[in-house]
Design a protein around this ligand. Structure first.
Ligand code: HEC
Length: 212
C-alpha cells in the first residue's frame, strides 16, 4: 500500500477528538459504522433462539441427531439390500472379503468392543483377537456364537439382544479378518491354536467381479 493510504488522513483527521489523553497521546472518536454494529447485535440476538430450537431439548433437531438418524436409515436400507445374513461359515468367509461391508463391521467393533479388546483387537480385558490362539473358538462360526451368546459367564457380554443379526455377522467377519495380524497385546497367548479359516471360493459370489 502507498504511504498516503496508510496515513489515512482523510478519515482520522476530520474525526472529532474524545477527551481521553494519555501522556500527550489523544484519542480520536471514530465510531464503528452503524451497519457493523447492527450486524454484531443481530448475531447475538440470533444465538438464543437458534440454541433453543436446535439444542434446547427437542430431540432430532440438532445436526448430530439428524446425522445419526440418516446414518441408521442408510444402514437399514443397505441391510435390505443384503437381506438377513446367516452366521454360517460360508457367509462369514464371504463377508471377510467384502471391503465395504467389512468397514461396517469395523465400526461396530470400534463402537462396542474396543473397551475390552482394544483399538485393533490386540486385547486388554478380553483376549488378543489378532493372534493364532483362541479360547472359545474352533471354527469361524464360533466367533458369531461367542458374540451372540457371550462367554466366561458374561465377562464377554452377550450381544444378540443389542446388535442387529447382520451387525453380528459383519463384526464377526471383521474379527475373523484380524487373525494373523499378530499384534503385541498385554495378555500374551491364550487358549490353543486352531485350524485356518475355510478358503474363500468366490464362485458363489455371482455379482461383483472387481478386476479393473
Ligand atoms: C466387557 C468386556 C468385553 C467386551 C465389551 C467385549 N468382549 Fe469379547 N471377550 C471378553 C472376554 C473377557 C473374553 C474372554 C472370555 C473367556 O475368557 O472365555 C472375550 C472373548 C471374545 C472372543 C473369543 C476369543 C477367544 O479367544 O476365544 C471373541 C471373538 C470376542 N470376545 C469378540 C468380541 C466382540 C466382537 C465384541 C464387540 C461386539 C466384544 N468381544 C466385546 C470381553 C469383552
Amino acid at each position: 500500500m502507498s504511504s498516503a493510504a496508510s496515513e489515512n488522513k482523510s478519515v482520522v483527521g476530520d474525526a472529532p477528538k474524545t477527551d481521553h489523553a494519555y501522556d500527550g497521546i489523544e484519542e480520536f472518536d471514530n465510531p464503528l459504522p452503524g451497519w457493523w454494529k447492527w450486524l454484531f447485535i443481530a448475531t447475538i440476538a440470533f444465538c438464543p433462539p437458534y440454541w433453543l430450537y436446535y439444542h434446547g431439548g427437542t430431540p432430532g433437531r440438532s445436526i448430530e441427531d439428524s446425522y445419526g438418524v440418516a446414518l441408521a436409515e442408510n444402514t437399514r436400507l443397505q441391510f435390505e439390500e443384503i437381506g438377513e445374513l446367516k452366521p454360517d461359515a460360508a457367509t462369514l468367509v464371504e463377508y471377510m472379503h467384502k471391503d465395504n461391508w467389512l468397514r461396517v463391521g469395523k465400526i461396530v467393533f470400534q463402537t462396542h468392543c474396543v473397551s475390552c479388546h482394544d483399538r485393533d483387537g490386540q486385547g486388554k480385558v478380553g483376549p488378543n483377537l489378532t493372534d493364532e490362539y483362541f479360547k472359545n473358538v474352533n471354527t469361524i462360526e464360533d466367533i458369531a456364537k461367542v458374540v451372540n451368546n457371550g462367554a466366561a459367564a458374561g465377562a464377554m457380554p452377550k450381544w444378540s439382544n443389542r446388535l442387529h443379526p447382520n451387525e453380528v455377522v459383519l463384526v464377526s467377519a471383521y474379527v475373523a479378518s484380524m487373525r494373523g495380524e499378530n499384534l503385541d497385546g498385554p495378555r500374551g497367548a491364550e487358549g490353543k491354536t486352531i485350524p485356518p479359516w475355510p478358503e474363500y471360493t468366490p464362485e458363489a459370489a455371482t455379482e461383483s467381479d472387481s478386476a479393473p
